[in-house]
Design a binder for this molecule. Structure first.
Ligand SMILES: Nc1ncnc2c1ncn2[C@@H]1O[C@H](COP(=O)(O)OP(=O)(O)O)[C@@H](O)[C@H]1O
Ligand SMILES: O=C(OP(=O)(O)O)[C@H](O)COP(=O)(O)O
Length: 405
């Protein structure tokens, strides 16, 4: 893998940088999208600054959310361009498309040291296409904007997508400083972590994350499950889960994981109570119920207080903890307590000299929004799914492709 320095003299060169600028947005009082946590933008600044200071014409590309291959106003990167400009302390020229007339004109107008941000990559079907040809066509148009490529979006290195994977085959390519740092920390978790070693999983990308459990059972001593993941596990144990998030087609696989964990002496810790609400809303009626008593018309939106205590207890003696995915829908105050309690348990481990790593856009946003600071954890990673797949020992397309170049 080449470092940026190995790309040679960048003065006057057009350099495409893939960053992960997928930040949480919420409508402000006027209904405009406001960034609720700019951690990923901040984490992307050092590489962009270094390239600009080296005299490159920096073309940043990124995605926001999961639009379906066509423009959608609510997923525009325009608010991110404004925030990036504030953090860089220089203007960021925003192209209103990704590889079209606006992108070409904005790039052509860039001077040495200027920074351009292209509109959301996922407004183009080619970015996430399953077909390698469709991806290659889009990657070709992206690569046509630049003379070199820097891969700095750690949160997407597990995605075989045009801007992460295919483009690196078309341009001289290097790894960015953020990806180097993130991989450096995660390597410590895969090479002889101090034990007991626990992995805590939650969040909403349930099907993505269920897939990593099989492997985590082979590496971690304890797995704690919260968030939207819980209900597929509860279902596999024979509980009814009302209207909660459920991956029905994974129930059988999860039953297999529970069996495998038992065989290997790995403890899977599940909640014993949940906060059950009538709707996915802060105003919905809600109450704490045992996991064996979730009403048919309610959804579990947080782990309950007895579960928070149980999780803290199961983490107390751990020397290494990796956590991805909030324990509940923390953005709404009635469902934030489980995530807050878990973060507090990790802070105690950090203070006791253990290594704690929090990964994922929403998990990082959650700990900050709930009043914690980055220095209370060993590392806050910009990647959730990417970290998990790295810990799994899987080859990550965005990294292996850089080994080829
Ligand atoms: N029980 C639940 N039901 C529905 N959504 C949940 C639940 N628990 C957590 N969430 C949601 O999960 C989202 C974060 O999930 P995810 O994207 O997987 O995490 P990360 O970005 O940290 O990898 C949050 O927006 C939160 O509201
Ligand atoms: O938010 C992200 O991942 P994460 O939620 O696993 O941390 C990345 O930006 C990747 O987004 P994706 O999961 O839509 O490909």
């Amino acid at each position: 893998m080449k470092s940026i320095a190995e790309l040679g003299d960048l003065r006057g060169k057009r350099v495409l940088v893939r960053s992960d600028l997928n930040v949480p947005l919420e409508a402000d009082a006027e209904g405009s999208p406001a960034i609720t946590d700019d951690g990923r933008i901040r984490a992307s600044v050092p590489t962009i600054t270094a390239l600009a200071e080296a005299g490159a014409r920096v073309i940043v590309c990124a995605h926001l959310g999961r639009p379906k291959g066509a423009p959608e106003e609510k997923y525009s990167l325009a608010p991110v361009a404004a925030r990036l400009g504030e953090l860089l302390g220089r203007d960021v020229a925003f192209a209103t498309d990704t590889v079209g007339d606006s992108a070409r004109a904005t790039v052509a107008a860039a001077q040495d040291g200027d920074v351009v941000l292209l509109e959301n990559l996922r407004f183009n079907a080619g970015e996430t296409a399953k077909s390698a040809d469709a991806r290659a066509e889009f990657a070709g148009r992206l690569a046509g904007l630049a003379e070199a490529f820097v891969s700095d979006g750690f949160g997407v290195v597990h995605r075989e997508q045009a801007s992460v994977f295919d483009v690196a085959r078309l341009l001289p390519s290097a790894v960015g400083g953020l990806v180097e740092t993130e991989v450096g920390v995660l390597r410590r978790l895969t090479t002889d972590p101090e034990r007991p070693y626990a992995v805590v999983l939650g969040g909403a990308k349930v099907s993505d994350k269920l897939a990593v459990i099989d492997n985590l059972i082979r590496t971690a001593d304890r797995l704690l499950i919260g968030g939207g993941m819980v209900f597929t596990f509860l279902k596999a144990q024979g509980h009814e889960v009302g209207t909660s998030l459920l991956e029905q087609d994974q129930v059988e696989a999860v039953a297999g994981y529970l069996e495998l964990a038992k065989e290997r002496g790995v403890e899977i810790v599940l909640p014993v109570d949940v906060v059950a609400a009538t709707a996915f809303s802060a105003d919905a009626e809600h109450e704490v119920v045992g996991v064996d008593a979730i009403p048919a018309d309610r959804m579990g939106l947080d782990i309950g207080p007895r579960s928070s205590e149980l999780f803290a207890e199961k983490l107390r003696d751990c020397r290494t903890v990796f956590w991805n995915g909030p324990m509940g829908a923390f953005e709404m105050a009635p469902y934030a307590a489980g995530t807050k309690a878990l973060a507090a348990a990790l802070v105690d481990i950090t203070s006791g000299g253990g290594l704690t790593v929090v990964g994922g856009g929403d998990s990082a946003a959650a700990v900050r929004q709930l009043g914690f600071t980055d220095d209370q954890f060993g590392h806050i990673s910009t990647g959730g799914g990417a970290s998990l797949e790295y810990l799994e020992g899987k080859d990550l397309p965005g990294l292996t492709v850089l080994d080829e170049s």
